[in-house]
Design a protein around this ligand. Sequence first.
Ligand code: HXC
Ligand code: NAP
Length: 285
Amino acid sequence: MFTDDLLAGEAILVTGGGSGLGKSMAHRFAQLGARVAICGRRAEVLEEAAREITEDTGGEVLPLPCDVRDFAAVEAMAAAVADRFGTLTGLVNNAAGNFLAQTEKLSANGFRSVVEIVLFGSFHATLACGRLMIERGVRGKVLSIVTTYAWTGSAFVVPSACGKAGVLAMTRSLAVEWGRYGIRCNAIAPGPIPTEGAFSRLMPPGVEEMARRKIPLRRFGERRELADLAAYLMSDGSGFVNGEVVTLDGGEWLNGGEFNYFTTLPDEQVDSAFAALRERSGRKR
Ligand code: HXC
Ligand code: NAP
């Protein structure tokens, strides 16, 4: 689909790049010639991912443990990437937290925890990387991974919906504000793409088939489909795309939204489905 050197000369930071979709994007960027840095909270996960990507692509991958909720740590990380690669040309805001919960049962700390990762984390990384790009005259790219309920909202994921809506608002705002620096800000809104992180938290046992049937194309997305779209948006080929959110969901959101279907089930069934997910993640309540 692309020439092998599509991203040669790029130095891209992918938050949450040690697992799932972030890892797939980092892998694809490295395959297309970019130098890549990946961050997350778990050092061993990052190191393993970096090793795997380097072995497979021959590309340079820098693992940097960092909690995106901590602005000072994010600033230091952005500086470390620019130091190592001599530049920083791209950021992918991919790190996120999420779980299914009835909102009336959610604690204030549960809400804060997700919004701090998704919205504050994306803002921290965007601010730190954007400042570096502006200072150094780099015509950079900021790509944020949101989801379709950033604009529709969705039952049972209120913290994530609020966080993603904020990230989309940031994307459109900065597309205008930072356009004069040549920095392009875009987003991708994927529908369900199987990953351990997302499906273990959001796909209760027994509902997978129903979730698949809700998608007009009758299948989940594939990681490679997201990675290729991200590569395009991080490349000069998309040089006039700015402030856009590209939906990649097989038509799902037009067919009724994300987790709203749980409202059609009896309360007891919803309770036990969400409890099964909490148990799977080792949580008692
Ligand atoms: C209710 C919950 C809960 C659950 C956590 N909490 N899980 N409440 N139901 N299932 C509450 C806790 O009780 C606590 O509140 C507060 O949230 C913080 O919990 P901690 O475990 O201390 O937080 P932390 O260690 O910071 O972990 C953050 C996390 C966790 C979000 C809770 O799941 C995480 O680390 N996630 C990272 C990866 C991830 O979520 N990936 C999926 C992204 S998929 P109290 O009041 O008890 O202190 C995605 C897809 C979107 O976003 C679209 C799909 C189509
Ligand atoms: P995932 O593997 O759980 O990815 C989340 C990543 O974020 C992990 O690598 C995690 O690493 C990192 N992270 C979480 N909190 C962090 C923090 N405080 N600081 C730094 N890193 C942190 O799940 P995924 O499915 O690949 O999700 C990736 C992105 O795609 C998310 O933005 C998600 O909302 C979006 N998305 C996914 C789907 C889907 O169906 N998979 C659909 C729509 C949108 P650590 O735990 O090591 O920190």
